[in-house]
Design a protein around this ligand. Structure first.
Ligand code: CP
Length: 337
């Protein structure tokens, strides 16, 4: 394995093998596996979990890491191809990233969507341009429409909890005061479909996931034996659900138009997950969210603090899941499992 950019690059069996390695590393630590290896982490956007879990993962495997947050103690980096650099950015990623890669054994890059042009973001234009100048193993720490590390950790969480392969998985839009990216919903719907689940995307009018994202998930479902449907009707979606995964995302009907999106969501404050959402769900239906989450806007306190929530297990699983990725990318030895 040389790159970890998209779960779709791997077969279902290959993903399960990565999860098996993650579970093995939890029980049988390998504190020297990556001795002498260095991971460079480039964060164009903020993070709590991704940043800390990658640094800790490298340390637990015997390696080390450095973090670059462009424009904060380092030169601001230009990402646009062909830009006339007479603004704030002193350096282009076409020089900056190869320099950083030359110091490290692998790089991770977080670069969210620009949020202006849907087709530009769906094509991962900015991330692909950056990836093209990195000649070392590369990890997607969240790009315009993907978050494979979160998806891998969430899949591991489902395996750890023995959630049946064919269980009903509802991915629901949730309220948020601002426009947020498509990366997690896109990665999540694909993950659940690739796992072979009965996936339902629940969202209000104006927030349909783009056809490119739905088609990709449906293609994964066709291979795994799962299914992917969508609805605006909460009761229909939640009927018999085993998992409710909530996520906020921006309106695709008004992509790049924050004012129109704000006007649309002004009437959507009831899209805050509450216990009443689970009335028709399976009795032990669990609640998932990738975090960070806005309490009592996206999800009510009693859900996050109650027995349905497995959000902290998801967040913890970022660590062993990513350790498995790092092991595959950087270890010269074979795990003793
Ligand atoms: N879920 C997730 O990626 O969290 P961070 O943005 O804090 O890294």
């Amino acid at each position: 394995m040389n790159r970890f950019l998209d779960l779709a690059d791997f077969s279902r069996e290959e993903v399960l093998d990565l999860i098996s390695l993650a579970q093995h590393l939890e029980k049988h630590p390998e504190p020297q596996a990556l001795a002498g290896k260095i991971l460079g982490l480039v964060f164009f956007n903020p993070s709590l979990r991704t940043l800390s879990s990658f640094q800790v993962g490298m340390m637990r495997l015997g390696g080390s890491s450095f973090v670059i947050t462009p424009g904060q103690g380092t030169w601001q980096l230009e990402t646009r191809t062909g830009a006339v650099m007479n603004g704030g950015a002193a350096e282009h990623v076409r020089e900056g990233l190869p320099v950083l890669a030359s110091y490290a054994d692998a790089l991770g890059i977080r670069a969210f969507a620009e949020g202006k042009d849907l087709q530009y973001d769906l094509a991962e234009t900015a991330f692909k341009a950056m990836a093209s100048v990195v000649d070392k193993p590369l990890i997607n720490l969240e790009s315009a429409v993907n978050h494979p590390c979160q998806a891998l950790a969430d899949w591991k969480t489902l395996e750890d909890r023995h959630v049946p392969q064919r269980a009903k998985f509802v991915l629901s839009w949730a309220n948020h005061p601002r426009v947020t990216p498509l990366a997690v919903p896109a990665a999540t719907v694909h993950m659940a479909a690739q796992r072979g689940m009965e996936v339902v995307v629940l969202r209000p009018e104006g927030y349909a996931l783009p056809p490119e994202i739905m088609d990709k998930a449906r293609a994964a479902a066709a291979t795994s034996g799962g299914s992917v449907t969508e609805t605006t009707d909460r009761a229909t979606a939640m009927q018999g659900a085993h998992i409710l995964y909530a996520k906020e995302w921006g309106s695709t009907a008004h992509y790049g138009d924050a004012a129109a999106d704000a006007a649309l969501r002004a009437n959507l404050s009831d899209w805050c997950v509450r216990e009443s959402w689970f009335d028709t769900a399976a009795a032990d239906c669990k609640f998932m969210h990738c975090l960070p989450v806005r309490r009592n806007v996206a999800v009510a306190d009693d859900i996050l603090d109650g027995p349905r929530s497995i959000v902290l297990q998801e967040a913890y699983n970022r660590l062993p899941a990513q350790m498995a990725v790092l092991h595959r990318l950087l270890s010269t030895g074979v795990s003793q499992r």
